[in-house]
Design a protein around this ligand. Structure first.
Ligand code: FEO
Length: 388
C-alpha cells in the first residue's frame, strides 16, 4: 500500500498483506489483513505509531523513506505482538536516535519477545502526554484488547485515536478510509468474534471511555480508518452487551449419519417453532464463521458421535476454542450417538469452565436414532422453546 495522508501531518505508512491465509496459525483470513502504521510530523519531533509484521518490513521502510524523513524521534508501541512490533528493531538500526515509547507491561514483552534493548525504551503511564511541538500524543492504557500490554494513543490536536488491535478488522483494502459500511461491519464483527470476544467485559469500559473523549477519527492498526467513530462504537456496544438473539447454533460432526440425523431433526423442529437455527459442520466449516455466529446466539448445541469412549476430537477441539472465546450464549445442550458406551457429556462440560450457560437435558442415543430418540429430541426442543 503506498503512503496515504490522513491530513498534511499524519501519514499512513503501513502495508497490506492480501495473501496471508492464517493469523496466529489459527484464524482464517478470507480478506487478508493490513498492518497499519502512522507517521506524525510535529513542528519539533516526529513519531511513528506502531510498526508492521517483520515479513513486510522492506515495503514498510520504503514507505517511510519515500517521505524523505531525516530523523525519527519516537516509535510508539501500542502493543508488543509481532504484527505491530516486528519491525521495531529494523527501524532502530536505521534511525539510531529513535526511542521506543510504551507502557511498563509492553516494555517487558518487547524486551522478551523481540529483543528491544531496555535503554531504548521510554515508559509512559495512563493519560501521560508527549509533545511533538505543535502536536501532542496522549496515551491511554487499555489492558486486554488484545494482550495485557495494549494501549491506545490519542493525537489531541487532530482528534485522532490510534486504537491498535482494538476496533480493527482483518481486511486488506486499497482505500484508507472506510467506504463500504456493510463490508466493513462484516469484517469487523468477524475480527471481534475471533480476537476480542474473550475481552467483552474490558471492552465495555473502553467504549465508554472513548465516547467521553473528543474523537473525530479512529485509526486502528488492522483494516480501514473510521471517519465516523460512532459506526464502530455502536457495533461494539451491541456485540458486548448482554443481549442475545433468538438463534440456536448446532455445532456437529457425524461419522455414519446418526448424529447428523439428530441434528437435522432438531434443526427442523426448532425452525418449525419459529427459531433461527444454524447447523455448523465442523469438518467442512470455517471456524471464523462459527465465531461470528457465536457473538449473539442465545443457545449452542454440541453434537458429536462417540470416538474411543469420548467426543469426536474435532468436537473437543472446537469446544476448547468456544471456552477460550467466551461467547455470551445463555443455554447449551449436548447431543450425540454412541455404540457401546462413553462419557461424552461430562467430557465436553469439563472443557467449558469459562461458559456460564445453563446446560439443558442431554440426548445421548445408542446407534442410529429411533422413535424414542426423536421423542427425547422433542423434549429438548420444548426445553429450548421454554427458555427462549
Ligand atoms: Fe494485531 Fe494482537 O496483534
Amino acid at each position: 500500500m503506498p503512503v496515504k495522508n490522513i491530513n498534511p501531518s499524519v501519514h499512513s505508512v503501513g502495508v497490506l498483506d492480501k495473501d496471508r491465509k492464517l493469523f496466529d496459525e489459527l484464524i482464517p483470513l478470507p480478506d487478508g489483513t493490513s498492518y497499519n502504521s502512522y507517521l506524525i510530523i510535529g513542528s519539533e519531533k516526529n513519531a511513528l505509531i506502531d510498526t508492521v509484521y517483520p515479513a513486510k518490513k522492506e515495503e514498510f521502510i520504503a514507505n517511510i523513506e519515500s517521505l524523505g524523513l531525516k530523523k525519527l524521534d519516537y516509535i510508539v508501541c501500542n502493543h508488543a505482538e509481532q504484527d505491530h512490533s516486528g519491525s521495531v528493531s529494523a527501524l532502530l538500526e536505521l534511525y539510531k536516535e529513535a526511542k521506543v515509547v510504551t507502557n511498563t507491561k509492553c516494555k517487558d514483552l518487547l524486551v522478551s519477545m523481540v529483543n528491544i534493548p531496555e535503554d531504548k525504551i521510554v515508559v509512559v503511564k495512563d493519560n501521560e502526554t508527549l509533545s511533538l511541538g505543535d502536536k501532542t500524543l496522549e496515551f491511554h492504557l487499555t489492558p486486554w484488547v488484545h494482550w495485557p500490554d495494549t494501549m491506545m494513543t490519542y493525537l489531541k490536536e487532530d482528534k485522532i485515536l490510534f486504537s491498535c488491535d482494538f476496533l480493527g478488522a482483518h481486511i486488506a483494502a486499497d482505500t484508507l478510509f472506510m467506504e463500504d459500511e456493510a463490508g466493513v461491519y462484516k469484517s469487523a464483527k468477524r475480527y471481534y468474534a475471533e480476537i476480542m470476544m474473550p475481552f467483552r467485559i474490558h471492552i465495555k469500559k473502553y467504549i465508554d471511555k472513548i465516547k467521553n473523549m473528543n474523537v473525530n477519527i479512529i485509526a486502528p492498526s488492522h483494516g480501514q480508518i473510521y471517519p465516523n467513530p460512532q459506526f464502530i462504537l455502536d457495533a461494539y456496544k451491541d456485540w458486548v452487551s448482554e443481549d442475545v438473539k433468538n438463534e440456536v447454533i448446532i455445532v456437529y460432526v457425524s461419522m455414519y449419519d446418526s448424529t447428523k440425523k439428530m441434528v437435522n431433526y432438531l434443526a427442523e423442529s426448532l425452525r418449525n417453532k419459529g427459531l433461527t437455527v444454524k447447523p455448523f459442520n465442523l469438518i467442512e466449516g470455517d471456524i471464523g464463521e462459527l465465531a461470528v455466529d457465536l457473538v449473539e446466539a442465545s443457545t449452542v448445541i454440541i453434537a458429536s458421535p462417540t470416538v474411543l469412549s469420548g467426543a469426536h476430537p474435532a468436537v473437543a477441539s472446537v469446544v476448547f476454542l468456544i471456552n477460550a472465546l467466551r461467547p455470551k450464549f445463555k443455554y447449551a445442550a449436548i447431543i450425540g450417538s454412541y455404540g457401546w458406551g462413553g462419557n461424552m457429556v461430562d467430557q465436553i462440560k469439563g472443557l467449558l469452565p469459562n461458559i456460564k450457560a445453563e446446560f439443558l437435558s442431554p440426548v445421548l442415543i445408542k446407534g442410529c436414532p429411533k422413535a424414542k430418540d426423536f421423542e427425547a429430541l422433542d423434549s429438548l426442543v420444548d426445553e429450548i422453546i421454554g427458555r427462549h
